[in-house]
Design a protein around this ligand. Sequence first.
Ligand code: 6R9
Length: 655
Amino acid sequence: MSSQIDHLLDETRKFPPSEEFVAQSVSSPELYERASADREAFWGEQSRDLLHWHKPFTQVLDWTNPPFAKWFDDGELNVAYNCLDRHVEEGNGDRIALHWEGEPGDSRSISYAELTDEVKRTANVLAGFGVGQGDRVAIYLPMIPEAIAAMLAVARLGAIHSVVFGGFSADSLRARIDDAGAKVVITADGGYRKGKVSALKPAVDQALGDRGEGEQQTVEHVLVVKRGGNDVDWVEGRDVWWHDAVPAASAEHAAEAFPAENPLFILYTSGTTGKPKGILHTSGGYLTQAAYSHKYVFDLHPETDVYWCTADIGWVTGHSYVAYGPLANGATQVLYEGTPDAPHPGRWWEIIEKYKVSIFYTAPTAIRSFMKIGRSIPAKFDLSSLRLLGSVGEPINPEAWMWYREVIGANKAPIVDTWWQTETGAIMVSALPGVTATKPGSAQVPLPGISIDVVDEKGVEVGNGSGGLLVVTEPWPSMLRGIWGDPERFRETYWEKFEDQGYYFAGDGARLDEDGDLWLLGRVDDVMNVSGHRLSTAEIESSLVAHEATAEAAVVGASDETTGQAVVAFVIIKESYLAGHDPAGLAQLLRLWVGEQIGAIARPRDVYIVGELPKTRSGKIMRRLLRDVAEGREVGDTTTLADTAVMSIISAQVK
Ligand code: 6R9
């Protein structure tokens, strides 16, 4: 890895914005100056400029009880009002909010006035279910307009949504519903995925099945959108069709003002342990930074731009850059239900051509898979409307960056590589396209108002030309406010490591080059990044050992040309199970098992059946050595192993 990084740091190409781009850009160097002159005043200005406050705040930041920050604490606002009603009141009700494209080719364009109406009705339906301030609502939906309406309806009531990615299994959904104590689940019969209807409602039914002793069933209602047309079971009194309830509800709904720190959503993400963490975000600070970063990083001109972020709402990118940022800014955006290659490999480029998309935000894994199939596919479509490209989720290698620039951006659209996390809530590090000369492969610089550094294990700044750990040195508006139900884990995970300095530890390695630009080097913990999705080794290991065939399991993230990292598992099978089963069959069985237990994204690329695992004398599995095997490298230093012969046995078994 380190020779690869040295090679990256030789990157000297730079692409300054064109004069035309600078001339029309919403950002300017002045933004950095204002932010560094007075950071808090800057955020106060941004918040007042970008949002409507029902009751203005008088204090920007309260950091008297770190790591628990309060932003704009005495202010009051309504998040949904900011994303909808005010645009209608300002005369932009006819502007399209969503150009929605279904996978089979059906489409709907929905104006701000129409979306506002739908959200008000949905809020009335949810209020009728007894949902009010602070209640939790789980959302398990495909990428359809109702998904956005559902999130905003929950927000409108001051309630808290927990969106669960539609690709997650019934078990994962159940764990999230129970952890949050959700009162309502909003789902669909099914949605389209790779040309077929993939059912969702059965997973909800299963997730809501009988509770064991000491477990409580908190869900009272399930609101179901008809999308797939597939048959579904129905629980009378609990289940309600969206198309029955929402259109019949009143379209009158006054947006009540809630305190700035009223919780907005919980989003579960993988950590270093087996149990996903419910990351908690609140309202005023989150919406401020989502809107701010969306405006300046994407150089948004809401009257003329057509913006498209390809993320699913099940991930944080879908929260901040599909739901909240773009709608708070009154943008027109594309929402697409399906996969990039259905029904043909040019589907995304076809959509860009159809809606004249001008700003496009996607993940390196997608770019690499398009690179593999070649430039002839995008070449068939008119992509000349694109004027800005973005990347998120994992480091983008310079080759993919250059391909993105040349083939998709016609050698002129600036590329912004945006570093951030579920926990940071919004973009933290990125070029500003009208200011920064971009550099292939580097995420570059903190946004104005954000303080980032690279430090060593002791928290000492490493300086330009060196590597270390990425930290955030000052609180920021959209920072997580905690882990749902576990304040101690919040402190331990993010703040304990640099407690003396008061820094937030992001879990990423990074380097500063000679210009002071940041290069992200991947996670330094047991978190993997597969196609830009976070997965924990511990979570997959515990799923593997939950199978009756498994005695022991170790999981590593091995580098993969397309997905960045791939899940590779090493499994010891129980003696009693080995007889009568062939290893290939067992491996396949376990792959499918993990897919069922967690979701398809967690399914290992490879499962190796081995006789032993490499362990230190204290019994710790040395995943570093397994990673060497999984990546086909010579195995590194084995001297700390209890049994130094074990690696040659494993290598032989894997071959
Ligand atoms: C937004 C999102 C966060 C982790 C993060 C880091 C990796 C995200 C990146 C990047 C390099 C970028 N990551 N963006 N690494 N360059 N531009 O992806 O949130 O799912 O919580 O993942 O993703 O490792 O720590 P999340």
